[in-house]
Design a protein around this ligand. Structure first.
Ligand code: NAD
Length: 442
């Protein structure tokens, strides 16, 4: 089988590589010439564990190609996937300009029957818009080519994207024709062999499933953050509470870890877009509106704690910051809590020395020379008045406390991810403040 994937970002590149891994011929297409040039030269533009090796192997086997030429890439394809970005527009709705531009290109250049599969996260009804755009282009060309549209939302998690794609909890497919369904069944056959289900449904339900899934996950996070803040006020320990509720099989232990708020390229924009869809349909998704406002507040919890500790005067204070990406194992900093924390601390006059295992280049691109960049996690601590842990990278979990104490001017740690044990911090003579637990003093 042969497919093209339009949009070679986190989703397009991982999906394309994983499809190629199963023997399908894949061309990943992008309008970003420098990205494609890098990939053609063996340079992977994003950090995703295991991806580089997998790309190299499939390129060597001549199953995976990269191109900016959409016309050539679509030749004799069974399906074309749209995996371009759908960022939030100013009013919170999903900005569909990239999806519709991709659809336009498909209509302009397709030369045989295709299933046009939308993998981008898009509002309900987008497939109709995609179909209309393609039809219009075909009629301008005065050709009468058949095609189907389908929805196939993606559920991969950055940082574990390959495993998620190869062993999905489920594959959701929205189709309108048997022909399209058969092609998608065949494309995904290799991923279904171990019993992972493919859920076939109508297109609006598939489009809605993606938003509902992300909204549910964001709800779990905001709920737990809200409970954590209350725990701190009333003297309960949220870690205990989390275990207490997580062992209830109706609730489950995943996604109930309190922290510095959710970020990334998906949750914030998808929550916004779903709220917008409901408002546009004269229905108010009140739960989700609260989820969003709790998250906005949560991103400021740690910076507020730091400011309160130093009596709102951070002039001349050095704050070390561990972790810049929105979560571990990715270099993605879109909507990362670190950005809000840094802005708040800089505004209060602090100097920031930051370290992240993989996001330093991305941080430099986003933050320029507003902060200092450290080569190691320990270099960031030199003369620091406090350390703020923002992302729970594994290498931060068992640090050398003795070295930390030696390097830091004041032995204070603000932990936005609850990765340390308060008693251990006390024993190691740190003032330790975390989320939803009592602050301990040495
Ligand atoms: P991304 O920003 O990493 O990549 C998008 C790519 O599309 C870019 O390289 C861009 O240059 C390219 N592009 C834009 N317009 C194009 C066009 N007309 N033709 C060819 N290429 C074009 O985005 P992403 O994170 O991969 O997300 C893509 C979609 O998948 C979004 O809708 C997102 O919500 C959804 N999604 C993302 C994730 C994730 O973890 N990143 C997970 C599930 C779903």
């Amino acid at each position: 089988m042969k497919i093209a994937i339009i949009g070679t970002g986190y989703v397009g590149l991982v999906s394309g590589t994983c499809f190629a891994e199963t023997g399908i011929y894949v061309t990943c297409v992008d309008i970003d010439h420098s990205k494609i040039e890098k990939l053609q030269n063996g340079i992977v533009p994003i950090y995703e564990p295991g991806l580089e090796d997998m790309i190299r192997m499939n390129v060597e086997k001549e199953r995976l190609f990269f191109s900016t030429d959409i016309q050539k890439s679509m030749l004799k394809c069974d399906a074309v996937f749209i995996a371009v970005g759908t960022p939030a527009d100013e009013d919170g709705s999903a900005d569909l300009q990239y999806v519709l531009a991709a659809a336009k290109d498909i209509g302009k250049y397709m030369s045989n029957y295709l299933v046009v599969v939308n993998k981008s996260t898009v509002p309900i009804g987008t497939s109709i818009k995609v179909r209309d755009v393609i039809k219009k282009e075909l009629s301008l060309r005065k050709v009468n080519l058949e095609f189907d549209v389908a929805s196939n939302p993606e559920f991969l998690k950055e940082g574990a994207a390959i495993q998620d794609f190869l062993k999905p909890d489920r594959i959701v497919v929205g189709v309108e024709s048997e022909r399209a369904e058969k092609i998608l069944q065949r494309l995904y056959k290799a991923f279904l062999l171990n019993g992972h289900p493919m859920l076939i449904m109508d297109i609006p339900s598939a489009e809605m499933t993606k938003y509902a899934a992300n909204a549910m996950l964001a709800t779990k996070i905001s709920f737990m953050n809200d409970i954590a803040n209350l725990c701190e006020i009333v003297g309960a320990d949220v870690n205990m509470v989390r275990q207490g509720i997580g062992s209830d099989s109706r609730i489950g232990s995943k996604f109930i870890y309190p922290g510095a708020g959710y970020g990334g390229s998906c949750f914030p924009k998808d929550v916004k877009a779903l709220i917008r869809t409901s408002d546009d349909n004269n229905y108010s998704l009140d739960v989700l509106k609260a989820v969003e406002s709790v998250n906005i507040r949560q991103k400021r919890v740690i910076s507020t704690k730091v400011k309160t500790h130093f009596n709102n005067d951070l002039k001349g204070k050095i704050i070390a910051l561990w972790g810049l990406s929105f979560k571990p194992k990715t270099d993605d900093m879109r909507e990362a809590p670190s950005l809000v924390i840094i802005e708040e601390l800089l505004n209060a006059g602090a100097k920031i020395q930051a370290y992240d295992p993989v996001s330093m280049n991305e941080a430099k691109r986003k933050l320029g020379d507003t902060i200092e960049y450290s080569e190691t996690m320990y270099e960031a601590l030199i003369d620091a008045n406090a350390l703020v842990v923002v992302t729970e990278w594994p290498e931060f979990r068992v640090p050398n406390f003795k070295m930390m104490r030696k390097l830091m001017k004041e032995k204070i740690v603000f932990d936005g991810r609850n990765i340390y044990d308060p008693q251990e911090m006390k024993d190691n003579k740190f003032t330790y403040s975390s989320i939803g637990r009592k602050t301990v003093q040495p």
